[in-house]
Design a protein around this ligand. Structure first.
Ligand code: JFZ
Length: 311
């Protein structure tokens, strides 16, 4: 069945994509395997900003194919895609007027990846949403990695920068089904201001609970977690493929595809039968390749749903 004008809660099963410059080192820095989420390698390996920025010159994902990714999501039985437009490293997969640390201005690829995927999603009748980090380890004047566990408010300049970029994301890419704010400790006023901006620009865009201060439209559970009581509000479980990282990690132990398919179908069914949306993540490589393991897991889930699912 095709998606027409259903609500966010009808999505049930969606694709999360963690992809950015961090996919190039892929969990290794100076020959060392760096533990901690690989999308946060800048922080975990204490990479100076000037060195981290140099990764942009290497970002030329010749194997990236937005249509193929959208078709993979379709094949899996997913109804939408959520892409890391900006993660904690501050690098933007979209063309931002407010920084040069973005895919169009700083990389040899030069194309706006948010735009590519927004358009491919639309072509294949999928909804499209963006992840937007409220911490930024590149922006001068934002809080540094070391303060990640503090609950300091977002500095005023950084907050304004966030508002500017939220406006870009909700203006330049057509309908955005959800905006996945994450991390940082906005004040009540900051959360309210961001939520008001989102609703002004796109009233139907669903806001993740990690905008904080009760301004979200849906609750985000912990990684792979489910509520043990009836939620009564829209909610979602984000699920990483391997629990240890969201972005591609070259030294990841993956196990068997069949076991992973079984595990993820089990989690999907638990979440969906409890009324939630299941947002299953993939982490493409720096060259844009979706790794065979993840392709096969998604294909396996899709095959099972075709046989046993409803729509
Ligand atoms: C955050 C990010 O820091 C991480 O890199 C990734 O993008 C993930 C999807 O989101 O990590 C979190 C934040 C909150 C919880 C778990 C992981 N939580 O509340 O359980």
């Amino acid at each position: 069945a095709e998606l027409v004008d259903d609500t966010w809660e009808d999505h049930k099963f969606s694709m999360f994509i963690h992809w950015g410059l961090y996919a190039i080192p892929a969990g290794v820095w100076n020959g060392q395997e760096i533990t901690g989420y690989s999308e946060q390698i800048k922080g975990h390996a204490k990479i100076p900003t000037e060195d981290y920025r140099k990764l942009a010159a290497q970002f030329d994902p010749i194997h990236w194919d937005a249509d193929a990714v959208a078709l993979l999501a379709k094949q899996a039985g997913m109804k939408s895609i959520v892409l890391t437009a900006k993660h904690h490293d501050g690098f933007c997969l979209f063309d931002s007027e407010y920084t040069t640390f973005d895919v169009v201005d700083a990389t040899p690829y030069k194309k706006d990846i948010v735009k590519e995927l927004a358009e491919a999603s639309k072509r294949h009748n999928l909804k499209f949403g963006v992840y937007f980090s409220l911490i930024d380890w590149d922006y001068e004047g934002a809080l540094p990695f070391e303060s990640v566990d503090n609950s300091d408010a977002i500095p005023a300049l950084h907050h304004q920068y966030n508002l500017n970029q939220i406006e870009e994301l909700l203006t330049n890419y057509g309908d955005i089904s959800e905006i996945w704010f994450d991390m940082g400790s906005p004040t009540y006023e900051q959360s309210k201001e961001m939520a008001a901006l989102v609703k002004k620009l796109q009233p139907n865009c669903m806001i993740s609970g990690r905008i904080w201060n009760d301004q979200g439209d849906f609750v985000v559970m912990g990684d792979n977690k489910q509520p043990d009581f009836k939620m009564g509000v829209p909610w979602q479980t984000p699920a990483s493929m391997f629990n240890e990282t969201w972005s591609y990690r070259s030294w990841q132990e993956r196990g068997s595809v069949a076991d992973k398919v079984a595990e993820k179908i089990n989690d999907l069914l638990k979440v969906v039968s409890a009324g939630g949306n299941y947002l299953l993540n993939i982490g493409p490589k720096g060259d844009g390749t979706v790794i065979p393991f993840e392709k096969q897991v998604l294909a396996g889930i899709g095959e099972w749903l075709d046989k046993n699912g409803e729509s």
